[in-house]
Design a protein around this ligand. Structure first.
Ligand SMILES: [Mg+2]
Length: 351
């Protein structure tokens, strides 16, 4: 009791603490009481004993923080909420089987609006062969909060954690990076113009790819399948939800290694580059890739011996390699200068 009182006397702003440090602090003294808990807090999913192993994770999207109702169609939102949770199953090299979806809404939303949200939930479940098996609906004082729990499985020999990257392993990513953030930039630009002049009709033609990347991301379960077909089990893996830099740092921290990624090898779509050049000359596509977030691609490491199996795969890009423990995570520019990758501050919201 004394300890708790002392604890409350000081006040630490959430925004002053990194997200990792915050989670570590909140879960520090949690003892694991069940032998069936193979992996607790600290990876993309919790892992529960069995053969196959069971994977579980929960993701929450909050209105005004993770999505803006001004430009987010409800159907897309339902789809995205499920996709984001499935992405974490992919990050463990697993296959999703079930989801539970909980929604809290204010009276601003109608039954028809929730129908629309669930149409998106259903579409994502169908697309990835997943069953909706439960959840809850509740009331919120303001706005909408959606929480999706995804359950999946993976054979014990195929599970990939964030730890496990070995020295000189190849660092790879799927798809392209920064495009979801480019989509967000376009939507924010149109919103500002609309607010200034409500007669304004947004013109989103020519931005279809980046908009879809932001509004309706796909979990890269196709990459999990592709790697299995090629007989490759990554040595470590994570999904890219908050930008490449954040994911690289998580992998390096968990695997106790350094890393070099090469700027010229980062896959960036031409639409992303175009959006950046329209926004400002200071907005670099590489910054979108490193810090933009919401791409939901996979970042993983593979052993050098698997190079031949992955080198010709279109959707997989070799972007760097693992360096020794104690070395930093850096990006090497085409001019051969190295930039140390940094974590983003925790995105707290000012009240
Ligand atoms: Mg993740």
């Amino acid at each position: 009791m004394q300890e708790q009182l002392e604890y409350q006397e000081g006040r630490t702003e959430i925004s002053h603490m990194g997200k990792v440090a915050l989670i570590e602090r909140l879960t520090a003294d949690m003892e694991q009481r069940n032998a069936s808990t193979v992996m607790g807090v600290g990876d993309d999913c919790a892992v529960i004993e069995g053969s196959p192993l069971t994977l579980v994770n929960t993701q929450t999207l909050v209105e005004g923080v993770n999505f803006d109702m001004m430009y987010t169609p409800l159907k897309h939102l339902g789809y995205k909420a499920v996709a984001v949770a499935l992405s974490n199953i992919a990050a463990m090299n697993g296959t999703p089987h079930q989801v539970l979806v909980s929604v809290a809404v204010s009276n601003r939303y109608s039954v028809e609006a929730l129908d629309e949200l669930y149409a998106g939930v259903r579409l994502c479940c169908e697309r990835y062969d997943v069953d909706l098996v439960g959840g809850e609906t509740g009331t919120s004082r303001a706005g909408m909060v959606i929480t999706v729990t995804a359950i999946g499985g993976v054979e014990p020999g195929k599970i990939t954690y964030r730890h496990g990257a070995g020295l000189h392993d190849l660092v790879c990513c799927s798809g392209d990076l920064g495009s979801a953030y480019a989509g967000l930039l376009v939507l924010e630009r149109e919103k500002v113009t609309y607010q200034a002049n409500p007669d304004f009709q947004p013109d989103l033609a020519g931005y279809d790819y980046v908009l879809e990347r932001f509004l309706k991301p796909e979990p890269r379960l196709d990459i999990v399948k592709l790697l299995a077909e090629k007989g490759v089990v990554p040595t470590s893996m994570i999904d890219i939800s908050k930008g490449l830099a954040d994911s690289v740092l998580h992998l390096c921290r968990a695997s106790r290694c350094g890393c070099e990624v090469y700027e010229e090898h980062l896959p960036i779509d031409y639409q992303t580059s175009r959006v950046c050049s329209e926004m400002s000359k200071n907005m670099l596509p590489v910054s979108c890739a490193l810090n933009g977030g919401e791409d939901y691609e996979l970042l993983f490491t593979v052993s050098q011996k698997d190079y031949d199996k992955i080198k010709d795969l279109q959707e997989i890009h070799i972007i760097g390699h693992v360096t020794e423990e104690g070395m930093p995570a850096v990006m090497v520019t085409p001019q051969n200068t190295t930039i140390t990758l940094r974590a983003q501050a925790f995105q707290g919201v000012d009240e």
